[in-house]
Design a protein around this ligand. Sequence first.
Ligand code: NAI
Length: 328
Amino acid sequence: SATPVKVAVTGAAGQIGYSLLFRIAAGDLLGPDTPVQLRLLEITPALKALEGVVMELDDCAFPLLDSVEIGDDANTIFDGANLALLVGARPRTKGMERGDLLEANGAIFTAQGKALNDHAADDIRIGVTGNPANTNALIAKTNAPDIPAERFSALTRLDHNRAISQLAAKTGAKVTDITKMTIWGNHSATQYPDIFHAEIAGRNAAEVVDDQAWIADSFIPTVAKRGAAIIEARGASSAASAASATIDAARDWLLGSPEGDWVSMAVSSDGSYGVPEGIISSFPVVTKGGDWEIVQGLEIDEFSRAKIDASVAELVEERDAVTKLGLI
Ligand code: NAI
């Protein structure tokens, strides 16, 4: 049978972890033929709760779950990891300024970047879900100089999936009919969900919609503020959908994006579409065998250009802030 894949998950006792771990162990990430070894990282006070989660994993008797290891030391947990899903992060609490948030997360992602650098397997791929995801990924990448920059990504797949769902609802199309959706920029309220290159059953989505006011005043803000709407309704931030998107993103990265389609991933910019080199910004990408390539040659009109530039400007600001803090 296939060699087990070591999947490290941080923040494993959190909300997203409670959905993510069970989906991974059930085979949703690597398929029905690949056994999984879970390596779960938490902060010390959360280890007891994590033990409870592991009891539940045991109780599922998942055929594909080869082993589970837990701990609070990144150097041990990341040892030999093939995939690291960095979900754990420090949430913004009352009275915390933006700089405090970047600094608190900076400490986490500096240490985890170094631990990955020194201990992960040679084929390591790293997906960052914990917010601010793009800049956390930038910090981890910069602190892991021996790992190729293309091995780091931040999650904008949830935004991508939300955009597909909104477009399907508007047009009455099935989600499976919608292809070539793109999220540009930061996983934040400035993100730009772009349907000008998307297709609905092969037809241009913006032409099918034929309603610029809906795109500008309804679709884009609904997708960008969906996280806040979930918190308002559920009293807690999106967790099952974030876990599902984390799996979609990692699965497509490792196993390949669908033929004739692309996915959104925040990756280290090579300067494509005027996005400054080195920042972790969301692009349309095709993936194959653990590698990604930014889709080239898309025509960007004035409306889209302004939206991309605004989100990228925010990422540059975040980069400059963490540079000032000495984190990168
Ligand atoms: P949560 O607060 O329920 O869980 C986070 C867990 O991370 C906690 O158990 C905490 O103890 C742990 N943690 C904190 N520091 C850690 C460290 N240094 N090492 C290991 N574990 C650590 O939060 P939830 O709801 O699971 O969300 C996790 C993160 O994902 C948050 O930053 C949230 O903002 C982000 N998120 C990102 C989305 C995206 O689309 N990119 C969507 C939804 C959430």
